[in-house]
Design a protein around this ligand. Structure first.
Ligand code: PLP
Length: 393
């Protein structure tokens, strides 16, 4: 009988189980919404990046259906061959206008936008100077580029300066941070890093995946929030989180976007979005502009829920956004917390190593604009009960 060459994977899985890091996929049996049904249980959903509730917004659904009726369900090609439809061009024009940049290009996901862009911009003789908690897609893009990777401690602009000071003055350097860090909910040191980028002639890049639709005027992101227009060369946003659909984009000057049309590998070698996705994103942009009360409601809910968790005595880290971690310590404890919350009707996923440090395992909560006050109060009551039970408060 043939030896199974993948048998080592069972050992890896057993190791994950013994470390409390093994997760079974939870399955939504209803819509991605503030209250939904997961694995047969009705729950308050505190694990979605659907910040504004746009995954089920009637205006987005209507435009998606109209695009299917008009243009069909797929594009049948990569963008550079036959997969560019007028609606893709319209979306990119609107994104550039929204972000106040010359141009924009859409990728299939935020991951593809980050990884494809970093890999395209740099090569072996260049340098990436990166916050230690930057997203995996930035790390992978940096590895693919073969540039030297220099990591500075989280949000520590002085440490970034010390790294830059030691690099060859003529070398090409990319200074990069997340706008909002996805596991901690704090903001990147954007103003300090922009100043450094100017001083040391770096390309400045910000991944605004969790800031798109959340921070800045009408959800324009952290560059708008910190008033840094014109000082960030490469702005990445996602269409998969607050925008309710799928995709990522890069906004910047015309040369950057034209270059990515030729060298951004996910753009060149992977099929473009179905027209319904582009139509959904266009409708999401309209909603950001016409219905700013959704963003106001997101922040009202965020304040209520964050204050509630802190008053209960949980360790919620240094979050400044709707993402609030409840730090439990080791992975086993975080997973038990998540499981007990779920049994009581609250879905907040446990997160452990390697997504966060081994001793900082947590459940990660995200409120949405569409949670009601009673949803959030219910969740806080459950947190109080389970937190006391596990000795976390
Ligand atoms: C900080 C950050 N950047 C990029 C991404 C990737 O975005 P997408 O889900 O659109 O691929 C994520 C999503 O997990 C993220 O948290």
């Amino acid at each position: 009988m043939r030896h199974d060459p993948l048998s080592y994977l069972s050992d890896e899985i057993s190791a994950l189980k013994s470390q409390g890091l093994h997760r079974r996929l939870r399955v939504l049996e209803d819509r991605q919404a503030a209250r939904t049904t997961i694995d047969g249980r009705d729950v308050i959903n505190l694990s979605s990046n659907n910040y504004l509730g746009l995954t089920t917004h009637p205006r987005l659904e209507e435009k998606a259906l109209a695009a299917i009726a008009a243009f069909g369900v797929g594009t049948g090609s990569v963008r550079t061959i036959a997969g560019t439809m007028a609606i893709h061009m319209e979306l990119e024009r609107r994104l550039a206008e929204f972000k106040h940049t010359e141009a924009a290009v859409v990728f299939q996901s935020g991951f593809a936008a980050n990884a494809g862009t970093v890999a395209a911009l740099l090569s072996r003789e260049d340098f990436v100077v990166s916050d230690e908690l930057n997203h995996a897609s930035i790390i992978d893009g940096a590895r693919l580029s073969r540039a030297s990777i220099k990591v500075f401690p989280h949000r520590d602009a002085d440490a970034a300066r010390a790294i830059l000071r030691d690099l060859p003055p003529g070398a090409r350097k990319l200074l990069i941070t997340d706008g909002v860090f996805s596991m901690d909910g704090d903001l990147g040191a954007l103003p300090e890093l922009c100043a450094l980028a100017e001083e040391y002639s770096c390309i400045m890049m910000v991944d605004d995946a969790h800031a798109s639709g959340v921070f800045g005027r009408n959800g324009r992101g952290t560059i708008d929030h910190f008033k840094l227009h014109g000082r960030v060369d490469v702005q990445v946003g996602t269409l998969s989180k607050a925008m309710g659909a799928l995709g990522g984009y890069v906004a910047g000057n015309r040369a950057l976007i034209e270059f990515l049309h030729h060298r951004g590998r996910p753009f060149l070698f992977s099929t473009s979005h179905p027209p319904s996705v582009a139509a959904t994103c266009l409708a999401a942009l309209d909603v950001l502009l016409d219905e700013p009360h959704l963003i106001d409601q997101l922040w009202t809910n965020t304040r209520f829920f964050k204050d509630g968790l802190s008053q209960l005595g949980f360790n919620t880290g240094a979050s400044e956004s709707p993402i609030t971690p409840v730090i439990a310590g080791d992975a086993q404890k975080a997973m038990t917390l998540s499981d007990r919350l779920f049994e009581e009707g609250v879905f907040a996923q446990g997160i452990g190593f390697p997504t966060v440090a081994r001793d900082k395992a947590r459940v990660r909560t995200i409120v949405m604009a569409t949670h009601t006050r009673s949803d959030l109060q219910f969740a806080l009551d459950v947190f109080a009960k389970v937190g006391a039970e596990l000795g976390l408060i």
